[in-house]
Design a protein around this ligand. Structure first.
Ligand SMILES: O=C(O)/C=C/C(=O)CC(=O)CC(=O)O
Ligand SMILES: [Ca+2]
Ligand SMILES: [Mg+2]
Length: 421
């Protein structure tokens, strides 16, 4: 089958071909109101202009104001039939054979904005943010580092996707600076805790689900319908202060060691765009309880990388290479488990997968694991790094290689700036 092509020329390495069409929110000029868009090659297609031109003409979207909103919450609340309709409309409109936009210079001028000139914002208002702990490799390594060799993986882990409740207020879009947090750090031996800027600042390479329609309080989502509640996926960096975390987390879990900032990529890649890259999820042993047993158990083959760029350097160093498919618990199991007690999810909620470490040492997805809690230094552009220095920029990226095209997530980056005095 011939590869679908757009009239907009898209380089084969671009993350944003017509097969992707990820959703974001942008401002064309600093003073303009935010509006939804999709990325196509080096452009953003302004969906408010496409809606104003009455080009969303399908039954579900023709009378909707979802693309005249300052965020994507309304659109993601509409559910998969509306998402499919929008995708079909946009793929047709952008295709090489369709004259409507291709041959309308005035509309092209208004609706296609160079990506390099826009400001990208958080794509959704995030009411709640939860972070799971679903890579067995990450879990084992953290267990060994934080708790020692007796039981690195606790008994509950194989029976349910463990998670903690994160802080939605401090989720920021890629490109935002991260202020080094201050806090109490784990004392060594019998000393008293130290207070000051974190000395063990880390990144965590993750992905996160953006919730679609969600569920009513008291009505759990069935595991086999969970996919219909996932609009799409972003890259996520769950910045973590390991010295603060190690002291505070017993017995209630992460708190100030992680709530000072979490970065997500601006583009939400839809499950429709990821479908060609679906693969079988790893076999689970023991078998999960019936409420977590899926008819089809799938994950996606997404190559993931983290790079660090020190202050004043032109280039960055690759520090890890991993893949979403290494996760033990699937995105749908995470979502269904979250609701099984009746807890309601709302449109735009963010569900982090947890750190996506793979089986090899080179695929460990945070510095805690890569340097084994600072025991071994990592070489970053010839500099030694155990944890992050002020001025370090962490750049995450992810992509799926198709036949003749790439479905990518762009980047998710953030730079560490010095702690408050
Ligand atoms: O093992 C622990 O005590 C803590 C582990 C984490 O910091 C991980 C966490 O944020 C969840 C994850 O990213 O997998
Ligand atoms: Ca995390
Ligand atoms: Mg965080």
């Amino acid at each position: 089958m011939a590869v679908l092509q757009s009239f907009i020329s898209v380089h084969t390495d671009s993350h944003f071909p017509i097969q992707n069409l990820p959703y974001g929110v942008f401002k064309p000029h600093p003073a303009s109101p935010p509006r939804p868009g999709v990325a196509i090659g080096d452009y953003v297609l302004d969906l408010s202009e496409i809606a104003s031109a009455a080009l969303f003409d399908g039954p579900l979207l023709k009378n909707s104001d979802c693309f005249h909103q300052p965020n994507l919450n309304k659109f993601v609340s509409l559910g998969r039939p509306a998402w499919k309709e929008a995708r079909a409309t946009l793929q047709k409109l952008l295709s090489v054979t369709e004259p409507t936009l291709r041959d309308n210079a005035a509309l092209r001028q208004k609706a296609l904005v160079p990506l390099s000139s826009v400001e990208l914002l958080l794509p959704v208002v995030i009411g709640d943010y939860t972070d799971f702990f679903t890579s067995l490799h990450h879990t084992k390594n953290c267990g060994l580092i934080f708790r020692g060799p007796q039981t690195p993986v606790l008994d509950n882990w194989y029976h349910l996707p463990v998670a903690y409740h994160g802080r939605a207020s401090s989720v920021v879009v890629s490109g935002s600076d991260i202020v080094r947090p201050r806090g109490q750090a784990h004392p060594s031996g019998s000393s008293t805790p130290y207070f000051g800027p974190s000395l063990k600042l880390d990144f965590e390479l993750e992905m996160a689900t953006i919730v679609g329609p969600g569920n009513e309080l008291g009505k759990p989502v069935d595991i086999n319908n969970a996919e219909d509640h996932i609009f799409g996926v972003v890259l996520m960096n769950d910045w973590s202060a390991r010295d603060i975390q190690a002291w505070e987390y017993i017995p209630l879990g992460p708190f100030l060691g992680k709530s000072f900032g979490t970065t997500i990529s601006p583009w939400i890649v839809t499950l429709e765009a990821l479908e060609p890259f679906a693969c079988e999820a790893p076999k689970q042993d023991p078998s999960p309880l019936p409420y977590l047993t899926e008819k089809v158990s799938k994950i996606y083959d997404v190559s993931l990388e983290a790079h660090i760029k020190p202050a004043g350097h032109e280039d960055s160093s690759l520090v890890t290479r991993t893949n979403l498919k290494h996760l033990y618990w699937t995105l749908t199991q995470q979502l269904a488990h979250h609701t099984i007690n009746g807890c309601n999810l709302r449109p735009g909620d963010l569900l982090g997968t947890g750190t996506i470490s793979g089986p090899e040492p080179e695929s460990r997805a945070c510095l805690l694991e890569l340097t084994w809690n600072g025991q071994n230094a990592l070489s970053v552009n010839g500099l030694n790094r155990k944890f992050l220095d002020d001025g370090d920029e962490v750049i995450l990226t992810g992509y799926c290689k198709g036949n003749g095209y790439t479905v990518g997530f762009g980047t998710c980056s953030g730079k560490i700036v010095p702690a408050a005095p």
